[in-house]
Design a protein around this ligand. Structure first.
Ligand code: SAM
Ligand code: DTB
Ligand code: SF4
Length: 334
């Protein structure tokens, strides 16, 4: 019987003593994965800056003075050069991001050519282009896109404090379009934006409640970028980040849980705890989209010290059958 992960139940998980939570997470992790195996995704910003959305955390929003200039969509050749370099460095998946509210028809013509080119290099493909109409999702799926990344970011209750230019339901509708088109879903969120533990539980409840839940779940620690409204967000207790990873592992047992943005700043010790808590994927490469990431050499050294190994591109593993259209479910505190 599948259990419903309510915010109450997840909040109780997040409040466990760390050794108890880690033990539960490790048991779930080992039941579904080789605990030494870590999947590597490299990121490339194929269209940087000038985004009309007002996401408070984001250096690419045109609402914030962050010094990130708006650029045009990158040429196919340059994308392929970057993708080949990522493959040569050992990445299995190439994730391409565009700072759009949503792609236009002419953008889709170009990005489908990019998907085909990157796939031909033998990499798994992922894109994150903002909201997607069902027809655009189908075109991306037809071009061979393996994953679409679109994050819920936080709980429905806290969401309006972070973004005002699109709704939680808009995001759920995009996830539904992605799923209906037959692509795998990459969806997670951010910790450290001043949200409560209840909000973290609320985010995981939404993610775990998707039917099926996402195959790939990026857990980002906020990167505080100067000029964004969250530049001075309060420090995140790194153990709370570990707790979030563990709770994601327990509530979404077969998902790849990705230790995502902000991991360089977490340091080697906390990253090691995240792998022990069930993280089994990372963003790999010296940059995220516009900010810096852990250096490739540092990651290689860390994997060697911990005895971890990177996985070959994984066969398609789905977390269930296509879902009904999700709608925002607000849970009352009990
Ligand atoms: N524009 C597309 C969208 O929002 O769907 C794709 C790119 S957007 C940068 C992808 C995700 O990166 C966001 O949903 C957010 O979760 C994460 N992100 C952006 N800026 C971040 C930051 N400063 N720290 C941590 N995560 C961040
Ligand atoms: C995700 O969850 N994190 C990535 C990816 N999906 C696209 C992006 C992180 C961005 C961090 C800040 C920056 O460099 O723009
Ligand atoms: Fe735009 Fe995505 Fe950044 Fe939001 S997170 S401002 S949608 S690029």
């Amino acid at each position: 019987m599948t259990q419903t992960w309510t915010p109450d139940r997840i909040e109780a998980l997040l409040g466990l003593p760390l050794p108890e939570l880690m033990w539960q997470a490790q048991q779930v992790h080992r039941a579904h994965f080789d605990p030494l195996d870590v999947q590597l995704s490299s990121l490339l910003s194929i269209k940087t800056g000038g985004c009309p959305e007002d996401c408070s955390y984001c250096p690419q929003s045109s609402h914030h003075a962050t010094g990130v200039d708006a650029d045009k969509l990158m040429d196919l050749d340059l994308v392929l050069t970057n993708a080949q370099a990522a493959k040569d460095a050992g990445a299995g998946r190439f994730c391409m991001g565009a700072a759009w509210r949503e792609p236009k028809d002419r953008d889709i013509d170009k990005v489908t050519a990019i998907v085909a080119g990157v796939k031909a290099l033998g990499l798994e493909t992922c894109m994150t282009l903002g909201m997607l109409k069902p027809e655009h999702a189908r075109r991306l799926a037809d071009a061979g896109l393996d994953y679409y990344n679109h994050n819920l970011d936080t709980s429905p209750e806290f969401y309006g404090d972070i973004i005002t230019t699109r709704t939680y339901q808009d995001r759920l509708d995009t996830l539904y379009a992605v799923r209906a088109a037959g692509m795998q879903v990459c969806c997670g969120g951010i910790v450290g934006m001043g949200e409560s533990v209840r909000d973290r539980a609320g985010l995981l409840a939404q993610l775990a409640g998707l039917d099926p839940y996402p195959e790939s779940v990026p857990i980002n620690a906020l990167v505080r970028v100067g000029g964004t409204p969250l530049e001075h967000a309060p420090d995140l207790d790194p153990f709370d980040f570990v707790r979030m990873v563990a709770a994601a592992r327990i509530t979404m047992p077969r998902a790849r849980v990705r230790l995502s943005a902000g991991r360089r700043e977490l340091g080697d010790g906390i990253q090691a705890l995240c792998f022990l808590a069930g993280a089994n994927s990372i963003f790999y490469g010296d940059t995220l989209l516009v900010t810096g990431n852990a250096e490739v050499d540092a990651d290689r050294a860390l994997f060697a010290r911990l005895g971890l190994r990177s996985s070959a591109p994984s066969p398609r593993v789905e977390c269930g059958t296509p879902m009904a259209r999700p709608t925002v479910r607000l849970h009352q505190a009990s």
